[in-house]
Design a protein around this ligand. Structure first.
Ligand SMILES: NC(=O)c1ccc[n+]([C@@H]2O[C@H](COP(=O)([O-])OP(=O)(O)OC[C@H]3O[C@@H](n4cnc5c(N)ncnc54)[C@H](O)[C@@H]3O)[C@@H](O)[C@H]2O)c1
Length: 422
């Protein structure tokens, strides 16, 4: 890194990826500037207040106070940094097509401030070809510089897993692929002081596809076990017991758990980035589509399980029943509700005429509702959608009338005719 620039790295996008990055780089001695379009996010970071669960304010504040991290809405600041890491959202359009508008806008905003020698790395999850076909032309157009000759350009997928504590950015290997060899090397050098293991690949496309493979692998395997859960329901077999038994095989099997549907910003969306791109090559990605179909259907299957449980357990229909959803975040012990299956389940139950409330210690407000106290006895049915730790599920079973458990949280506390599981 040069000593002339005010910052070692400018991180574009101060979200679930950008803020933990800033923290990891800053704790490794780098000077970081976070750039975001939201003034409220920028102001909060500059006060040392974190809006990202994985980065507690107590960790962020000293880094802000020491000057290791600052935030701004002004993209021109990238001129004062040696390297630029882009971590902006890559959602799907309502038609389930890639929406790269945030990458395009970020590129257009930093392009005019690029200078020779800059290292630009895209971390946002996307289809193979994005770095070269989308990012590179915008940066070149806006800067008048040539990627490769004047500045380095690479893709290095982000692997953050919100809530995970056993692996950090430093201990999770980083895949890096540049548009040419020197870009790969320059980008790899950026991570080497912070990440223990940097794995380089020969192209940006290989790096882009490697990230999609990781997420498609999860989506397909979750779909497989979700399909099995539906079959087990018909056959009267406990799918959880089956998965646990199969998982005793010490080789050749990897355990995936069934659940009420996919959630989060990655697994439900990213696979469709590849199906979309594959169409350009006259290729249909059948595993991705099938997995999407099975996983998307899970909330509907869950509604039928809840309906059966009320029917047999309480002689009630969904219509008019009081239902408490326990846990609405997309996974345990975090407050992230993006794409959470709880949203669809809640909508389906409401549409069926049920009166729905929810309890989630990590989510104060959800879908127009406010989290209520955990009083299982006040409801016809308690539905465990997300199993946060710190909840006494045996007590929920004791106090509740009918319990529907999509996470096997009540394992060991099951009561026949009262607890219904996936
Ligand atoms: N969240 C995860 O667990 C995770 C894991 C791996 C990869 N990813 C990928 O990383 C990327 C970022 O995801 P995230 O979860 O951090 O998103 P996020 O929504 O939490 O944060 C993105 C931030 O970027 C800002 N932003 C949007 N457009 C901008 C622009 N033009 N200039 C500057 N800032 C802009 C937004 O205001 C927001 O604060 C996505 O491609 C995602 O798929 C996310």
């Amino acid at each position: 890194m040069s000593n002339d620039a005010s910052y070692d790295i400018a991180v574009i996008g101060a979200g679930y990826v950008g803020v933990p990055h800033a923290q990891a780089f800053a704790e490794a001695g780098k000077r970081i500037v976070l750039v975001d379009v939201l003034p409220e996010v920028v102001d909060a970071i500059n006060r040392g207040e974190s809006h990202i669960g994985d980065v507690p304010s107590e960790r962020l504040k000293p880094l802000v106070e020491s000057g290791a991290i600052r935030a701004t809405v002004d993209p021109a600041v990238v001129a004062d940094a040696d390297a630029i890491v882009i971590a902006v959202p890559t959602p799907l359009s309502p038609q389930r097509e890639p929406d790269l508008s945030a990458i395009e806008r970020a590129a257009a905003s930093i392009g005019p401030h690029l200078r020779k020698g800059h290292v630009v790395v895209l971390e946002s999850t996307t289809y193979p070809g994005t770095t070269k076909e989308v990012l590179q032309p915008i940066l070149e157009r806006e800067s008048g510089l040539k990627a490769g000759a004047d500045f380095h350009l690479a893709f290095a997928p982000e692997r953050v897993d919100p809530g995970r504590t056993d692996f950090t950015m430093s201990t999770t290997p980083k895949v890096v692929g540049g548009i040419d060899e020197s870009s790969t090397e320059a980008a790899a050098g950026l991570y080497r002081g912070v990440v223990e293991d940097v794995h380089t690949v020969s192209t940006a496309e290989a790096a882009e596809l490697s990230k999609l493979l990781e997420n498609i692998f999860r989506s397909v395997n979750i779909a497989l076990v979700n399909e099995l859960a539906q079959l087990c329901d018909r056959m009267g077999i406990d799918v959880w017991e089956v998965v646990d038994a199969a998982a005793t095989k010490p080789f050749g099997f990897m355990s995936f758990k069934p659940g009420p549907g996919l959630g989060g910003h990655c697994i439900p969306l990213d696979p469709f980035y590849l199906s979309w791109k594959a169409r350009e090559y006259d290729f249909s990605t059948r595993f991705i589509e099938l997995a999407g179909e099975i996983n998307n259907n899970m909330p509907y299957f869950c509604r039928s399980v809840i309906s059966q449980a009320l029917n047999h357990g309480a002689q009630k229909s969904l219509r008019g029943s009081k239902i408490l959803i326990l846990g609405v975040a997309y996974k345990s012990d975090i407050g992230d509700v993006r794409e959470s299956p709880a949203e669809k389940i809640l909508m389906l139950l409401r549409t069926a005429g049920a009166e729905v409330a929810y309890h989630d210690v990590h989510v104060a407000e959800f879908d127009g509702l406010t989290s209520v106290p955990l009083e299982p006895e006040n409801y016809d049915c308690v539905v465990i959608v997300t199993a946060h730790s710190g909840i006494d599920y045996a007590d929920v079973v004791r106090r509740g009338k009918v319990i529907v458990d999509f996470r096997n949280a009540t394992k060991g506390a099951e009561v026949d005719g009262k607890v219904w599981k996936l």
